[in-house]
Write a protein that binds this ligand. Structure first.
Ligand code: NCD
Length: 319
């Protein structure tokens, strides 16, 4: 594989190879000297057209821990039209000798266009395109679930686990990437959202759908509960009509201490960040011992190291 654009492109073996490699990368990060020489001489460009804290820093840390040279290019605010700006930017990056481009863009399909536009010779890693895909987030989520919920993770999938993904599914590339990957890895997925935040065509997704969080907690034996951010910046056009009020949203879809207490004892709580504390998740739930939210961020570095390594470290790593 040359690019990492969508979890849809990953076979079960591909996904498990990335997770196993991430496990090895995580082990190297416990040593005193955490830097590996693997990508010495390679150039990784972080091309961000949209805001990001975790993903951008994590890709930068991952590339640096592998000894690559890193160029950060924040293209936010560019007034050039989308197609032209992407093409011109790609040609510039090509001229600079980018071996990998990590791209986040507000338009769904931008990463695919960059990979297949014929402008770049290097690998493209999708760090989030519009509401479409965010494959490294789904991989770090799977890595986190595997660590906590599967006895001896190496070589294993997520067979038999039940994962509930709650909230603004409509605007969430995290949900789309996760549903696909979790299905590939053998987990059962239940989406929990108001009808207004469920995408058209959901019946074809490999998952169940319910319309209140209580229904999911009562009806399923949940192993991992993934809360999604309410993406107010993408709620354009429909005005504020996606739900009646923030209080109403919290009442039906928010995770609080009471709902947390009704989950199976071993269940973990996840969130990709950034959190709207008090809206989709209470402080009590976010900071509880069952929350693995901070750990997800740490695991992101290991997973992105694995992805960069497998795409860039020579022929044997790139199959
Ligand atoms: C997510 C994203 O940008 O898609 N955040 C992240 O990458 N950690 C989710 C979100 O913004 O809600």
């Amino acid at each position: 594989m040359r690019h990492l654009l969508s979890t849809q492109d990953l076979s079960r073996d591909d996904a498990i190879l990335i997770l196993d490699t991430a496990g090895q990368m995580a082990a190297t990060q416990e040593r005193e000297v955490r830097k590996l020489p693997t990508l010495r001489g390679k150039t990784v460009v972080n091309l961000f057209f949209e805001d990001s804290t975790r993903t951008r820093i994590s890709f930068e840390a991952a590339a640096k821990r592998l000894s690559a040279d890193v160029i950060n290019f924040s293209a936010k605010g560019s007034s050039v039209s989308k197609g032209e700006s992407l093409k011109d930017t790609a040609l510039t990056l090509q001229a600079m000798g980018a071996d990998a481009v990590v791209v986040r863009h507000w338009a769904s399909g931008a990463a695919y266009q960059l990979a297949h536009g014929g402008w770049l010779h290097g690998s493209v890693l999708n760090a989030g395109d519009g509401t479409h895909q965010h494959p490294t987030q789904a991989l770090l989520d799977a890595f986190t679930m595997r660590r906590h919920l599967v006895g001896s993770p190496e070589g294993a999938g997520l067979d038999g686990l039940t994962v509930a993904i709650v909230g603004d599914v409509l605007h969430s590339r995290v949900a789309r990437s996760n549903v696909q990957l979790l299905h590939t890895l053998g987990a059962k997925v239940v989406l929990v959202a108001p009808p207004t935040l469920v995408p058209v065509g959901i019946a074809r997704w490999p998952c169940d759908v319910v319309h209140t969080l209580d229904e999911a907690i009562e009806g399923y034996d949940i192993d991992a509960l993934m809360m999604l951010r309410v993406q107010r910046e993408r709620m354009t056009g429909g005005g504020s009509a996606f739900f009646p009020s923030p209080e109403e949203y919290t009442r039906l879809f928010g995770l609080d201490g009471d709902r947390l207490g009704r989950l199976p004892e071993h269940a973990i709580v996840m969130h990709p960040g950034p959190m709207n504390r008090g809206l989709e998740i209470s402080a009590e739930a976010a900071d509880s011992p069952r929350s693995v939210i901070v750990e997800q961020v740490g695991n992101g570095v290991a997973v992105r190291m694995a992805a960069l390594y497998l795409l860039l470290a020579g022929e044997e790593g790139a199959q």
